[in-house]
Write a protein that binds this ligand. Structure first.
Ligand SMILES: [Zn+2]
Length: 442
């Protein structure tokens, strides 16, 4: 099965090709060119679009689509305290409906590969992880679900209430089970499982160590929240006598198989050490601004050689899932932080949203349009009212981020066409998530 995608401008991540096209066979890019294209079984022609690598979402909590708009002015810890009791009531049906909404929104905004950090597993509610994996399969999204976890409840000095934490043996056994059932390590994989204790204030150091050992036994990647707020820094210093990143070093949670969400409150020396360890950072600008968490030192990290991707974070602290908007926010925020318009240029911001995210997720077969890589492509209209006439069309996608994609291809399969999802009914999902959110709110 071959698919030919033609566009007004093809941006590969490093080159721009006027009237460019790419040919995909069995999910992989086999040819890129311009001028007369080869024959194909299916042809998608988008002369009014810029085609670019599909966007990669390096941090998310999709179940949160059912709890948007809570604690609208709270700090991270206040927001969490308001939400933990609501999250304690989720089950597989709610997670499935929330994930349907989150994944639909991601795909419609040009995302082709996403992680999901799921760490709330209320006792006696089976099937949550399965619901996430099945929904990604139905929508046609390339997916890296994290088996997240919380084990340090309030009675042991942690932040979450005891009702939402799990026994550590249960966490590790369930992680092994979902790895053997769902993880696919092959090139072109549509599903890889990640091991992801939630944060230093919600799991024990022992669970962090055991999780790292489990992941390294199976060749899996590791993910957690780190250095998101000054409250977290104070918590770590008081409880463990360590700054958050020092704690990660003690626990062997550094290296090229690890990526952290946020990485905001890092010292100069820690920025250098993160870069030296080849650990990746998923920058989530909208969420960080929404919670007043601080500003990630993206420019410093990039200059130090660190690998940085972008994430939408959970929609309870973003209220959307638009990666192009995150590239826009990252660009503006870096320039504001440094009072310098050269702090982050548009193409670098778009690379954070594509190849940077792919590095976070350990995917050297995604994140750029090159022969041999996965055929994951997003096409954005540049003839609409928002973009028509913009002088530099690629820069325009970060300066004036598109609301939605025109065509999206994942694994060589067209999943969005004409700005509409082909794999699910957007209006039905909106109705479902509306009633589900209301029911969960009580
Ligand atoms: Zn998060």
């Amino acid at each position: 099965m071959t698919v030919l995608l033609k566009s007004g401008l093809l941006w590969t991540g490093s080159n721009e090709i006027e009237g460019g096209w790419l040919l995909a066979r069995d999910g992989f890019i086999v040819e890129i060119g311009s001028g007369r294209p080869p024959r194909a079984d299916e042809i998608v022609d988008e002369p009014n679009c810029v085609a670019m690598p599909g966007l990669v979402n390096a941090h998310d909590h999709m179940y949160q689509w059912a709890t948007r708009g809570y604690a609208p002015d709270g700090t991270l810890f206040e927001w969490l305290a308001a939400l933990y009791p609501v999250w304690a009531r989720i089950d597989a049906d709610i997670v499935r409906i929330a994930a349907r909404a989150a994944m639909a929104r991601l795909l419609l905004a040009g995302c082709t590969l996403s992680t999901d950090h799921h760490y709330v597993f209320p006792h006696g509610r089976p099937g949550i992880f399965e619901a996430l994996v099945e929904t990604a399969g139905e929508h046609g999204l390339r997916f890296h679900p994290c088996r997240g976890s919380m084990s340090l409840g309030q009675s042991k000095g942690g932040l979450p209430p005891d009702s939402v934490v799990e026994d550590e043996d249960v966490i590790l056994a369930h992680t092994e089970a979902v790895v053997s059932r769902f993880h696919d390590a092959k090139a072109g994989s549509m599903c890889r499982v990640v091991v992801a204790p939630c944060s230093p204030f919600s799991v024990t150091p022992q669970l962090m160590r055991d999780s790292a050992a489990l992941a390294r036994r199976h060749g899996l990647r590791l993910h957690t929240h780190l250095a998101e707020t000054l409250d977290e820094e104070r918590f770590c210093i008081e409880k463990f006598g360590r700054r958050p990143y020092e704690l990660m070093e003690d626990l062997e949670w550094t290296g090229d198989d690890v990526w952290y969400a946020h990485g905001i409150h890092l010292s100069d020396a820690e920025v250098e050490r993160v870069a030296g360890a080849k650990t990746c950072i998923a920058h989530c600008p909208s969420s960080n601004m929404r919670l007043g968490a601080g500003i990630c030192r993206v420019e410093d990290l990039v200059r130090a050689g660190a690998r940085v991707g972008l994430g939408v974070d959970g929609s309870a602290s973003n209220e959307d899932a638009n990666l192009a908007m995150e590239a826009h926010q990252a660009l503006l925020l870096a320039r504001a932080r440094h009072a310098n318009p050269n702090a982050l240029d548009a193409r670098t911001a778009l690379r954070l949203a594509t190849s940077g995210g792919a590095e976070c997720l350990g995917r050297d077969d995604c994140g750029a349009l090159e022969v041999g890589r996965c055929a994951d492509v997003a096409c954005f209209r540049v003839d609409d009212l928002a973009h028509a006439g913009i002088k530099d069309l690629v820069a325009g996608l970060a300066l004036a981020p598109p609301a939605r994609a025109q065509t999206v291809v994942v694994d060589g399969r067209v999943v969005v066409r004409g700005g509409r999802l082909l794999t699910a009914d957007e209006d039905e999902i909106a109705r479902e998530i509306g009633s589900t959110s209301a029911r969960l709110a009580g």
